[in-house]
Ligand binder design. Structure first.
Ligand code: ZN
Ligand code: ZN
Length: 368
């Protein structure tokens, strides 16, 4: 591994869709206008980064330094920059930063629905590296955080690689959990068994859910992790078609159906099965569909209206969701360490992409 000079940052750059990243060097910028320069200690590799690299995310400008999930420490601070709660930042402070920043002035920001901000900027997603100071993605040794980015101090007893999930999966999951409004004694069905699902299991259990069941494709590490997080049961798609599942859920819930379904998968076809197993008056929440997908037919009357269902889409999350997500990981109450299956240096990006594409890992992390 080549160590960069102290005044140089190294970063992976996506210059062309469907091509490997290019490792480039950039001058280290001096923070101005309330900016903060941070060293990236761990950067999460997200499923949505694969969609982006393939050109499936309509927001992607080229060239770009990908990576919206970052954990690290403060290198330099411009006057006026603070932690999320206004308390002072210090050089060397271990921190976690929010994946996005919002304008604070638009219709949505003023309603405190900042995840819908019309000018929402997301590191590594829609901020190009074309022009100086370039460093707006986490697949890098350093990132320049714009004024207004929420920065949280982190607990150094927690491995930074474990915390990266809090910045994306965890933030979205906390947001989804708010919409799910799970009450003590309720039953919850979670589709999928990746990092978002792990957070949903933990949050549902903390809300007093009495039966948390996970549906995933087949046995394997992710299914084991769901059980280690405390899911009561894992059902494999390979064993149960929709009809069998429906019968099983009705049998388990005194013919009522589950109170809440949370779909963390990117498969829109699950919707019709999910609303079928929901009880009348139940709630369906979708934090899983992050890129455009084909339309699906829906029996709106019988599947939704007549059942008086609540259907909630979930788009990203805000700084308050990030704060709760960090707290949950740092609580030590759930085995978030189990999620991190692979660690890579920036130079190993081609191998990282092979593992990401093969889906053999759970959470993959760059440690620049
Ligand atoms: Zn992500
Ligand atoms: Zn706004």
């Amino acid at each position: 591994m080549t160590e960069s000079k102290p005044d140089t940052a190294r970063a992976l750059v996506l210059e062309e869709f469907n091509k490997p990243f290019v490792l480039r060097e950039f001058p280290l910028p001096e923070p101005r206008d309330g900016e903060v320069l941070a060293r990236v200690v761990a950067a999460g590799i997200c499923g949505s980064d694969l969609h982006m690299q393939r050109g499936h995310d309509p927001r992607t400008p080229l060239p770009i330094i990908p990576g919206h999930e970052g954990v690290g420490e403060i290198v330099a601070i411009d006057d006026g920059a603070t932690l999320h709660d206004g308390s002072p930042l210090e050089v060397g402070m271990p921190v976690v930063w929010e994946r996005s920043l919002t304008c604070g002035k638009c219709y949505f920001c003023l309603r405190n629905e900042r995840y819908l901000c019309v000018e929402r900027k997301i590191y590594g997603i829609n901020m190009s590296s074309a022009d100086p100071p370039h460093l707006f993605g986490n697949y890098a040794t350093h990132i320049l955080l714009n004024k207004g980015t929420s920065i949280y101090k982190r607990d150094t007893s927690i491995d930074p690689a474990i915390l990266v999930s809090a910045t994306c999966s965890g933030t979205t999951a906390v947001h989804a959990h708010e919409y799910a409004e799970i009450k003590g004694g309720e039953t919850v069905l979670v589709y999928g068994s990746g990092p978002v699902a792990a957070f949903q299991i933990a949050l549902a259990l903390d809300s007093g859910a009495k039966w948390v069941v996970v549906i995933t494709r087949a046995p394997g590490r992710k299914a084991d992790i769901a059980l280690e997080f405390g899911a009561d049961e894992v059902i494999f798609k390979s064993d149960m078609d929709s009809c069998k599942l429906m019968n099983y859920i009705l049998y388990q819930t005194d013919k009522i159906g589950v109170d809440v379904v949370i779909d963390t998968t990117p498969d829109p076809n699950i919707f019709n099965e999910a609303v079928q197993v929901l009880r009348r008056g139940g709630t369906y929440v979708n934090p899983g569909l992050a890129v455009p997908a084909d339309p699906i037919p829906v029996e709106l009357y019988s599947a939704v209206v007549n059942k008086d269902l609540t259907i909630r889409g979930v788009w990203a999350g805000d700084a308050s969701h990030l704060g709760k997500s960090i707290e949950l990981v740092q609580s030590g109450n759930y085995p978030f360490d189990k999620l991190v299956t692979h660690r890579f240096k920036l130079e190993e990006h081609e191998e990282a992409w092979r593992v990401l594409t093969s889906k053999e890992g759970v959470k993959l992390v760059f440690e620049p």
